[in-house]
Design a protein around this ligand. Sequence first.
Ligand code: PRP
Length: 213
Amino acid sequence: MSGRLKIALTKGRLQDKSVALFEQMGLDCAPVKEPGRRLIHQLPNYPLDVVLAKAPDVITYVEHGVCDLGVVGKDTVLEKGGSFYEVLDLGFGRCRFALAVKVGSDFYGTYKTRRIASKYPEVTRAFFEKKGMDVEIIKIEGSVELAPILGLADGIVDIVETGATLRENGLEPIEDVAQVSARLIVNTASMKLYKREILEFIGRCQQTLDSRK
Ligand code: PRP
């Protein structure tokens, strides 16, 4: 490890909020804020290297131990699973998974197998399995709201933040599936090997989050 921990941050929506948290913890994040084409950034005043990655890759890097820590949404944790410690709810990136249908449609009022479109087939499968309901799941890569509009599916399981996307497309949430927020995850071997350094980092995160309450 050469005395430095490595953390993978989810690019995009969670990135700025992760950086804001680290700055509040006293970490100088200037290199991450001006990344250019570099993919790994050394923080100048803390023994931490930051890697920016897509959400599922954050989990892959942490699971394989090439990154000791990761910041990733609970949505990706639920969908991809894996073997790592989920040590902190970071409190930002809050949204929820919901089952949504066309406004006014009677989703439960038929015996035929319902078709559900989702970018999250595993979350969808687990939700309906818990209900004991047999559904056909269709994996969609983006703008899943299109599926019921085009007649491909009876409903969708998707992330809802403000609800605007559903509203503007004539859809409504009918049931919550799970709550989502950003999580700090840790590689299981790193936790043993670099316990002192990792616990000190988690402690600083926790202290800063507590000061926000
Ligand atoms: C997510 C989600 C919805 C939208 C919900 O998509 O899939 O489409 O955000 O947000 P709202 O409730 O505030 O309208 P995202 O923007 O991540 O894009 P994607 O469809 O490419 O995944």
